[in-house]
Design a binder for this molecule. Sequence first.
Ligand code: COA
Length: 259
Amino acid sequence: MYQTLLTHLENGIFIITINRPDKLNALNKTVIEELSSAIDEVINNTDIRSAIITGSGAKAFVAGADISEFTSLNASGGKALAQKGQDLVFTKIENSPKPIIAAVNGFALGGGCELVMSCHFRIAADSAKFGQPKVNLGLIPGYGGTQRLVQLIGKGRAMELLMTGNMIDANTALQYGLLNHVVAQEELLTKTKSILDVINSKAPLAIAGCIKAANAVFDETKNGYAVEINNFGELFDTADAKEGAAAFLEKRKANFTGK
Ligand code: COA
């Protein structure tokens, strides 16, 4: 049914596996559109009580937005990409009345880390790694990363990760509050399902109420998303953003000029 996702319903839990392992499950246009449809399925199908998002293979959850789609973008294209992704997937996950949990099986970088953060909470394999390396491309996160990272781990730690582009391992992410649990890779889905079995045994409207009320804490930050979209888009008009994507695709070090 989907080109880039594997889906499977088990005991009321819809398991969505992003399946582009040759590109480390990078989020291209098709993945975004299909994730949007899969989230609609979660929300609308009465047989589904909750969902898990994970990645195919042991190496990556999602290694970011697909950088090969960045090369032709200008400011308006960048803003449209960020707005569309936020509306179709990230905000929709966050506001889903049914729990959507990330089971992080490897690298969760850039858009992958943003996808993890838009989920209601997160469980990771001990091999998982997290980071916001957009700064290496002369860009900033565009799928809500500047906002949700501050919400989840606090401003100081978020600022350091955003500005250095450094990765953190699963145990550091646990200590920072980005993760709820860290388990061995082979226990990742079992652990996540066991938590969802508990949640699925509760009243669905109460669960929906928990999500709605907890999300309301952050309503005042909504302007931050608009700031992010604008800034994300404008950076596509810079020489450094073009150089960052080109250098990555040509497998060389970027030569940034500050323009
Ligand atoms: N977009 C597009 N393609 C990507 C990608 C991305 N974000 N991340 C990885 N890939 C592709 C690579 O280009 C490579 O494709 P190829 O085999 O056709 O050359 C393939 O996935 C495997 O990645 P590779 O870089 O060879 O693996 P690695 O083990 O050497 O490094 C990472 C793994 C995650 C450190 C590295 O892929 C990386 O830095 N990715 C980009 C991370 C990033 O900047 N994400 C934010 C973007 S928004």
